[in-house]
Design a protein around this ligand. Structure first.
Ligand SMILES: Nc1ncnc2c1ncn2[C@@H]1O[C@H](COP(=O)(O)OP(=O)(O)OP(=O)(O)O)[C@@H](O)[C@H]1O
Ligand SMILES: [Mg+2]
Length: 512
């Protein structure tokens, strides 16, 4: 049943309509034929019963004299009238005492027996109909008559009906097929042309195509197919208009993107140029102030000159750091920052960073504690960038930690099948911490968190965004967990090796 239904579902709309129309007319013809047959059968049966009753009463009347005068020959002759009816099985005549007096039996039914039960009745069984009636004269029962007939008439009628029903059903099938072929067109044609239009639109991506309107939208407003086609066309027009708008918007967006990209390139170029232009005089300022500070060509004389030259040197170095950060960030944003991978001893590299920052840590009375396993494999990273990352993170930890606070640096490894796949560096401090919502802001350029408390700390807010970019370039990951007033934990995950195919150098003599 399920399979048949699926087959039906896969048929074309045209065929489905033809089948539906034919099935409906076929079933209605069969139902009509069945109803007529049933009604006909019972009316034939009724007629038969009536006929039998009339015959019984006529034959009974005729036999009154024969019964009264005990004339069985006359009775026999009277009963023989039934011989004209082929369906009569037998007719039995009984006298007043209930003794069989005369009998007629149809040729085919000579072996049948007259019943002994004389109770008045009219019975219909599957194949026979029987009638037992008393014969009454002047109010006295003078005998009984029994007539039995076959129902062959009904069987013949049913046979004939089936034959007629089959002929009518076959004719109905043929006629309904011819009608269906023509009538289905009014439904299937607009639907098929809709489907065809939809196919054309999807193949040619042309929303200007329209489905042909079979009928008048205004006049045939109650014809759903006309409404469907015109709504479909309206929808195509709407999609076409939106598609056009979208294309226009896309062109505008592309133009805006090109302008933005151009501006970004110009910005990067400008930064690169300006940085270069600034770095040259800055290097001279730093160099000359260093010569002055160290009094290489003799004493400066006044202590004030010494302090000023130190200030010039420090400010110049600070400015150079900022310029370098800006340049790195713009290079990274423009995708122009490339890494030079080499094997690095992670313990030594971190040790170097701590040495650089120790003066600042001592000044702030912050102790730096390390927990770095001695026997670690070499990490393959861009050495300078790794140091830059670690300096940024450790300097933040030192900077944002109050006096007597601690910064804890630890290194661990992740392994797969005894092979070190990642290095995990954790920098934990007991400093001022950050609110959860501010952590994301800290990763944005110049995204210093203005809590009113931390602005006493110097900086430009470039360290973390640059660190994030450098970690991304290394295919690494940086996560910050922090709690206001309690401290911050920064976790850096470095892949132990660069991506496949990237070449790297052995460790340099500088040790890190
Ligand atoms: N360990 C930390 N504890 C508390 N706050 C921190 C910590 N690290 C970063 N922050 C917050 O995130 C902000 C951004 O950090 P980022 O390193 O980018 O900038 P900065 O240190 O202020 O300036 P720069 O690094 O450019 O000198 C900081 O200004 C600070 O508010
Ligand atoms: Mg910083």
């Amino acid at each position: 049943m399920m399979l048949q239904f699926n087959i039906f579902k896969n048929l074309s709309i045209k065929l489905r309509l033809i089948i539906i129309i034919m099935a409906v007319s076929f079933v209605s013809v069969l139902l009509t034929a069945f109803t007529i047959s049933v009604i006909g059968r019972y009316s034939i049966q009724g007629n038969l019963e009536q006929e039998l009753a009339v015959s019984a009463s006529i034959v009974g009347d005729r036999n009154t004299a024969a019964l009264l005068f005990n004339d069985d020959k006359q009775a026999q002759a009277n009963l023989s009238v039934f011989s004209v009816n082929q369906n009569i099985v037998q007719a039995c005549l009984y006298n007043q005492m209930g003794t069989l007096f005369a009998r007629y039996a149809g040729k085919r039914f000579e072996n049948e027996k007259c019943p002994l039960d004389l109770s008045e009745r009219s019975n219909v069984t599957d194949s026979r109909i029987e009638l037992m009636m008393p014969i009454v004269k002047m109010g006295d029962k003078i005998g009984y008559i029994y007539i039995e007939s076959t129902l062959e008439q009904i069987a013949a009628y049913i046979k004939k009906q089936i034959l007629i029903a089959c002929t009518v059903a076959a004719t109905a099938l043929l006629v309904s097929y011819l009608l269906a072929i023509n009538m289905q067109k009014t439904i299937s044609k607009p639907i098929l042309s809709l489907a065809d239009t939809a196919r054309q639109v999807s193949i040619r991506k042309d929303f200007g195509i329209r489905a042909p309107l079979v009928g008048d939208k205004e006049k045939e407003f109650n014809n759903e197919l006309v409404t469907l086609t015109s709504s479909f066309n309206d929808m195509l027009a709407e999609i076409g208009a939106r598609d056009h708008q979208l294309k226009q918007k896309n062109t505008e967006l592309e133009r805006a993107r090109d302008i933005a990209e151009g501006a970004n390139r110009a910005k990067s170029q400008f930064l690169a140029n300006i940085s270069h232009e600034l770095r040259t005089p800055l290097n001279a300022i730093i160099g000359f102030s260093s010569i002055l500070m160290n009094q290489l060509f003799g004493s400066l004389g006044d202590q004030k000159y010494l302090e000023y030259s130190k200030d010039i040197n420090e400010s110049g170095t600070h400015l150079l750091d900022i310029i370098n950060d800006i340049l790195d960030l713009s290079k990274a944003e423009a995708g122009k920052l490339t890494l030079h991978y080499e094997e690095v001893h992670i313990g030594k590299a971190i040790g170097k960073c701590i040495t650089i920052l120790s003066e600042r840590a001592d000044k702030g009375k912050v102790s730096i504690i390390t927990n770095i396993p001695k026997m670690l494999p070499l990490l393959v990273v861009d050495r300078l960038r790794f140091v830059q990352i670690m300096l940024n993170i450790i300097s933040n930890a030192v900077k944002f930690t109050e006096e007597k606070g601690r910064v804890h640096i630890s290194v661990a490894t992740r392994t797969v099948d005894d092979e070190v796949t990642h290095f995990v560096v954790t920098v934990e401090d007991t400093g001022i911490g950050m609110a959860k919502d501010d952590i994301e802001k800290a990763f944005q350029s110049f995204g210093q968190i203005d809590s009113g408390l931390n602005r006493k700390y110097e900086g430009t807010g470039l360290g973390l965004p640059l660190t994030k970019k450098l970690m991304d370039l290394h295919y690494g990951d940086i996560q910050i967990e922090s709690e206001m007033g309690k401290g911050t934990v920064v976790t850096l995950v470095f892949p132990a090796l660069p991506p496949l195919g990237v070449e790297y150098e052995p460790p340099t003599e500088r040790g890190a």
